[in-house]
Design a protein around this ligand. Sequence first.
Ligand code: AMP
Ligand code: TRP
Length: 327
Amino acid sequence: MKKRIFSGIRPTGPLHIGNYLGAIKNWLQLQNEYDSVFCIVDLHALTTPNASKGLKKKVFDLATTYLAAGLNPKKCILFVQSQVPEHTELTWLLNTVTPIAELERMTQFKDKAKEHRSNVNMGLFDYPVLMAADILIYQTDLVPVGEDQRQHVEMARTIARKFNQTYGATFKVPEVLIREQGAKILALDNPLKKMSKSSPNLYSRINLTDSPDEIQEKIKRAITDSGKEITYNPQKPALANLITIYSAFSKLSASQIEKKYQGKGYAQFKTDLANVIIKALKPFQAKKKALEQEPEQVKKILEQSAKQAQAIARKNLKEAKQKMGLI
Ligand code: AMP
Ligand code: TRP
């Protein structure tokens, strides 16, 4: 039997190249090798302020992004979290075995709580438990995510073990799967931060739907380190980040890129980098536009996938409830 993978992204606005390189690009290969479940985690999105504004549109936008990027509903399950309510039911059950002290250690919670001090809601705190439910309810073997989500997958492992200890072997303990290249793409305006959907500075990220002009302009403005040489050096994180992006979109290795730009300056490198990104995104952008004209077809794919997901989720939820003495 094939091993199962599960992953998800929150529908909180257009995806950037960090999401693509850190998550979706890996999924495209994985869907060929694994029994794959990919989710649009709309319930997680609700933990951030104002997320419900235009939420349906954001869900549709993420669905067309998944499909245009190459996720194939014939090879994987591709569904919306809230359409399979078993996730939320399992969340409650898992809450009863989750130590609060562990949740208090979550760096994402601490960061977000600082970020929106006036809206530190219970959902934000419980976020990792809902995520554990997403993963465990499918008896997932592997969870492909970016580095920033490692701690949450650890939490899912802790919860699975705790549940199994308390009620007997029920859930698989999932492993995290993080690819080296593109695991963390940094913000173009600040190499100390990751590229993020929520940064107020539009020049900090390149969205997958950006026009060629926007991409040229954003790369032009991207900060670089002192010096003139195009060399990959972790001590120069801004340039290293741009080389990582170049490499990911062009199939050239970092050292091939260094060679190519020997004796050439940042200007040439940046113009070429922008062109590499523009070229790589072009087929995606055309496909996404076409899908946007077919909302019924997209809806049908999501509904069929939700049914497939629900069949698995229902069975595993039932087992958990039996173990807990509920049925
Ligand atoms: P988010 O935008 O936080 O919902 O993240 C969706 C997925 O993209 C997760 O698997 C993240 O780990 C990944 N991701 C988000 N930002 C980055 C980044 N800057 N570099 C690499 N992966 C990222
Ligand atoms: N928390 C993840 C993120 O912010 C999204 C997510 C929700 C997820 N449930 C998941 C990722 C389950 C992997 C598996 O990126």
